[in-house]
Design a protein around this ligand. Structure first.
Ligand SMILES: [Zn+2]
Length: 386
């Protein structure tokens, strides 16, 4: 087993009780104002690790939690809102950032931001990362944005940004992601691929930044996930119910305590929550300094090759998750052990039986084409000799 970080230890214990005031943000982007404390989630080490790695390094490309109902997937995802780190947030609704100008020039931001930048004004403020939830009943206009109806009544046409624009530099959570309609899945895939999207309504058009890490949960009994969107999730966790009776009893007691008095339950875990949040912020700040060792890179490539995984996203997630794992352990070198620790989460559900079967049958056809070509060549060659 790799060395266990202090962050991981914090997750494992989650029992000390100390009462502290819990400050609540007004705009959580969440329906649930008092989430169940992350530190009170019993067991489920892999699910918790995957969520932490996503908070530390958005480049792991999010998490998919797959499991039956009642295994605490949704509760665990919502519980991370108190652990989320800070980020430089754009002051503009289009999400313009100074690094956009540094990499792509002044024309890459809106005229207002270009002017502000020229005058030396700041384009950002420090803000917490938010967990933005995409409700299953959301309409496409809620998701990408659309015409503001109130303004439209006064004969003014205003475009309003949608959930995907609000998810910029945040985490986007979709519960029951396998039940989304195709138009919404396409909009999410589009935004995820480009990091931005454009809305057109009549003569109006607006482009919004939309750089988010996607967190999804699903019950496989209720329908499968389109391969295209499955590929978008970096880490994959199979969530099973707790098997240890003692753990089940502990989970029951904690949930009962939370349901009786959510504020008291949050206060009980406040000290650990604050400690964990600080650790996550520190790990995130240190992440740019973390490098993979050459051995770790080689082992990672070997694993994906032996597993016969096609998607390049497998390596990206494997290596970025290994870096985040090392950062969580306050190290600047991500080793073979870090790669091993995250490999199951990064690599499972990557192979498609359909594609494997398709390649096998395709091989038959390729051979057939080769044989036909050979035959044609020989005939042609023999005719030429005549
Ligand atoms: Zn702007």
């Amino acid at each position: 087993m790799p060395t266990v970080s202090s962050l991981m230890q914090l997750i494992d214990q989650a029992s000390a009780k100390s009462v502290l005031d819990v400050k609540l943000d007004e705009d959580r982007g969440l329906a649930e104002p008092l989430p169940y404390p992350f530190m009170a989630v019993v067991g489920q080490a892999e699910m918790k690790t995957a969520l932490l790695l996503t908070m530390i390094n958005p480049a792991v490309n999010g998490v998919l939690l797959v499991g039956p109902r009642g295994t605490g997937k949704t509760t665990a995802v919502r519980s991370i809102s108190d652990l989320l780190p800070s980020v430089a947030r754009s002051l503009c609704q289009y999400g313009c950032l100074p690094e956009d100008i540094e990499t792509d020039g002044i024309d890459s931001v809106c005229p207002d931001c270009a002017k502000k930048y020229g005058q030396g004004e700041s384009l950002t403020r420090t803000d917490r990362v938010h967990l933005i939830e995409l409700p299953l009943n959301a309409k496409i206009d809620d998701v990408v944005g659309g015409v503001n109806e109130r303004a439209a009544i006064q004969n003014r046409v205003l475009l309003e940004r949608g959930i995907l624009a609000r998810a910029d530099r945040n985490l986007l959570y979709v519960d029951e992601v396998n039940l989304l309609t195709d138009d919404i899945v396409d909009a999410i895939l589009d935004a995820a691929a480009q990091g931005q999207y454009t809305v057109r309504r009549g003569a109006l058009a607006a482009t919004y930044r939309s750089r988010f890490a996607l967190i999804g949960s699903m019950n496989p009994e209720e329908g499968h996930l389109r391969p295209q969107i499955l590929d978008r999730f970096g880490l994959r966790v199979i969530v099973k119910g707790l098997s240890d009776p003692q753990e089940r009893l502990e989970a029951y007691k904690r949930v009962r305590m939370y349901l009786n008095n959510p504020r008291a339950a949050m206060a009980d875990y406040a000290e650990q929550t604050i400690a964990a949040r600080d650790e996550i912020q520190t790990a995130r700040n240190n992440l740019p300094n973390v490098k993979l060792t050459p051995e770790a890179e080689q082992v990672g490539l070997q694993i994906t090759q032996r597993m016969k995984i096609d998607s390049l996203r497998a390596e990206i997630t494997l290596f970025e998750a290994a870096r985040a794992y090392a950062a969580a352990d306050s190290r600047v070198e991500a080793t073979v052990d870090d790669v091993r620790a995250v490999a199951p989460m990064a690599l499972r559900l990557r192979r498609s039986q359909f594609i494997e079967k398709f390649f096998r049958s395709q091989k038959g056809e390729e051979n057939e084409i080769e044989t036909v070509l050979e035959g044609v060549k020989r005939k042609k060659g023999s005719r030429g000799k005549r």
